[in-house]
Write a protein of this length. Structure first.
Lengths: 403, 269
């Protein structure tokens, strides 16, 4: 958090991307969040409270695992896993959520709304609200409530109200639309606890700052273990929060290659994909200028990924900027490649990854083949796969009747 | 002076508010939407907001979402929007487009402005574009002689009211309440305060202030007409088309609704 650098300009632009394409009614609230965050990040009391929660509640620092067996399937390159899956609630999402939940209390608001795709951000938000005594409403596409029924039950167990969104494509993008509609009507009492590095300024910066700790820890852990920086850093990219989380601390290290792996679905050049940088075009979506999957008239195209958490037709604006400047490179990983990496990590390391994170693992395998056995590749294992066992069992035919 | 500006000036000279009706182009299909617009004008709408249906209408409630979905399902694209604008202008009413920003940017800001001006459109209402992000739009609208209608809201600071109205031409769209489009049982008490605050910064320019969101009866139109230059109604028209068993029945309902509202904007205290 302390080293988060001031990439965006004062209005939240990352080069030509980002900014604020939001209804005027929300501008005052966005300004309030930005101003409160500027104060909070410099307030020793706020930071002490957040650091203590990250340590004693989340379980930070998360460990670094030397995945020796998995490495054999990656061209022999040494694969180091940043274990965000071991955080409380099972993913990196909790880092951002605790920071914004504390910010909500500072702003004197009592109600939190959130969107969720896979349910990871929703579960983390419901958790923080239970801990801090905030009312919580989570919007989730109806399609996703079916794919991730277990997480719906978890959120309800934690006291959150889960609202299935039944309009549009009934996935993450529609949940975000609905959350914005709620926010504009209830902004006096309510904070929109945005879950990824997308949306209007200041969300991309706020969420990045709160996740900065991931890359900061990993950088020190890799140095301690290997005596040098990694050759490459790999992460999956949907909205892009876990990727920014592990990239940010390495951006000044020009010798470290940054690789984002988008959800290619059934192929990045088919209509069944969520690879917005690879297959999309610059546009304005959910409050920011960024890469968007869209038709020739600017209508959003439906996205597809086997992973609900990556099933989003756009990407955070900082990724769009990193892609255009060449500081990071982005390529697609198909559903099939991700599921093969998912199976492989289970079998070789005894770790069941989230299907989202399996895209990063599949990407690491490609990188390893390219870079060879001398290379050290840091992978953000952003979440655990308990929530995905149903999907995986059906995919691999592990359950009677599914074969 | 644009047709929008002269229409609003005419209403002002008649000591009444203007009636501004909204309909998504292509709802329920292109040809039918033109007939609905004609019924709205026959019933007394002075200005028509032709909506560009968009896949992700963040500021719209369920009624307009459904109408826009129907239009998209019928294959409506930006080209059909221009056809509806042309037909609207032919009725003699002023035509403005209401659009989220991405379809305009995707079409090409300059190209969109030129095409709209050629179709007889007078301007564009941009619900998710704020003046700070509108450099390209300012330049293009200036060149094509189109009005720029930005929004102000009850949460806007005085500083932002000045900034936003300073960037507007034609009129400024005052969102009556904090919320999305859709009918409400009563006019929000935030509306009159917002109009008063807005007038404090537009006194010199005389920029008309028109009020929208949640107005759906003749009585509500009359109430708002007492302090606003224009009354904007959208969901009420869409609802009548959605509820009708067939187009002809819908046209009758739309025309009589417009008449009710037109009487309302003429019965200012």
């Amino acid at each position: 958090m302390s080293h988060a650098d001031p990439v965006p300009d004062a209005r939240g632009h990352y080069g030509r991307y980002g900014g604020r394409f939001a209804p005027e009614a929300l501008i005052a609230a966005l300004d309030e969040v930005a101003a409160e965050w500027d104060k909070a990040r410099q307030d020793p009391d706020y930071r002490a409270e957040l650091d203590e929660l990250l340590r004693s509640y989340t379980g930070r620092p998360s460990p670094l695992t030397d995945a020796r067996n998995f490495s054999e399937h990656c061209g022999g390159a040494r694969i180091l896993l940043k274990r965000e899956d071991l955080n409380h609630t099972g993913s990196h999402k909790i880092n951002n959520v605790l920071g914004q939940a504390l910010l909500t209390k500072r702003m004197g608001k009592t109600r939190v709304i959130a969107e969720t795709g896979a349910g990871q951000h929703g579960v983390a938000t419901a958790t923080a609200c239970a801990l801090l005594g905030l009312d919580c409403v989570v919007y989730m596409g109806e399609e996703d409530t079916r794919r991730q029924a277990l997480n719906v039950a978890r959120m309800r167990m934690l006291g959150a109200e889960v609202v299935p969104v039944t309009i549009g494509s009934r996935t993450l993008k529609d949940a975000i639309n609905e959350a914005f509609r709620d926010w504009v009507a209830n902004v006096e009492t309510t904070h929109y606890l945005f879950g990824t590095v997308a949306g209007p300024h200041p969300f991309p910066k706020l969420v990045r700052d709160l996740h900065f700790v991931v890359g900061e820890e990993a950088r020190a852990q890799v140095l301690e273990l290997t005596g040098k920086l990694p050759d490459a850093v790999a992460a999956c990219v949907g909205g892009g929060s876990n990727a920014i989380a592990i990239f940010a601390a390495f951006i000044p290290d020009e010798g470290v290659a940054l690789h984002g792996f988008e959800a290619g679905g059934e192929g990045a050049h088919t209509s069944r994909t969520a690879a917005s940088i690879t297959a999309g075009a610059p546009g304005v979506f959910h409050g920011a200028r960024t890469y968007v999957l869209q038709d020739e008239f600017g209508q959003t195209l439906p996205s597809h990924s086997i992973s609900a958490g990556l099933d989003y037709p756009a990407v955070g604006p900082e990724h769009a900027h990193l892609a255009d400047t060449g500081r990071a490179s982005y390529e697609p990983v198909t559903d099939a490649e991700a599921m093969e990496a998912f199976r492989l990590l289970c079998r070789t390391e005894g770790i069941i990854p989230a299907i989202e994170s399996a895209h990063a693992l599949a990407g690491a395998r490609k990188l390893g083949e390219r870079l060879g056995p001398e290379a050290v590749i840091l992978v953000n294992l952003s979440g655990r796969g308990d929530k995905d066992v149903d999907t995986a069992a059906a995919y691999f035919g592990l359950v009677e009747g599914d074969a | 002076m644009s047709t929008l500006q002269s229409t609003l000036a005419q209403a002002r000279s008649e000591n009444r508010a203007a009636l501004i009706g909204y309909l998504p182009a292509g709802f329920p299909d292109t040809a039918s939407s033109i007939r609905v617009v004609e019924a709205m004008v026959e019933g007394g709408c002075d200005v028509i907001e032709v909506g560009l249906p968009y896949s992700d209408p963040m500021m719209d409630g369920p009624t307009i979402q459904r109408a826009a979905d129907r239009a998209l399902a019928a294959g409506t694209t930006t080209e059909e929007v221009f056809r509806v604008v042309e037909a609207t202008a032919a009725t003699g009413a002023a035509a403005v487009v209401m659009s989220y920003w991405n379809p305009i940017e995707r079409y090409g800001v300059e190209r969109f402005a030129e095409r709209l001006a050629k179709a007889g459109g007078a301007g564009v209402i941009t619900p998710d574009l704020i003046p700070e992000e509108a450099d390209a739009w300012r330049a293009a609208s200036e060149r094509s002689g189109l009005d720029r209608i930005f929004l102000v809201a009850p949460s806007s600071t005085d500083e932002r009211l000045a900034l936003t109205t300073g960037a507007c031409s034609g009129f400024v769209y005052a969102a009556s309440l904090m919320g999305v489009t859709g009918t409400r049982t009563q006019v929000a008490d935030t509306a009159e305060t917002l109009v008063r605050r807005t007038r404090e910064v537009t006194r010199a320019s005389g920029l008309p202030v028109c009020v929208g969101l949640g107005i759906s009866t003749g009585a509500q139109a009359a109430e708002v007409a007492a302090y606003a230059d224009g009354v904007i109604v959208g969901a009420g028209f869409c609802q009548r088309v959605l509820d009708a068993p067939d187009l002809e029945t819908g046209l009758i309902a739309v025309r009589s609704f417009a008449e009710e509202l037109a009487a309302g904007v003429r019965s200012r205290g």
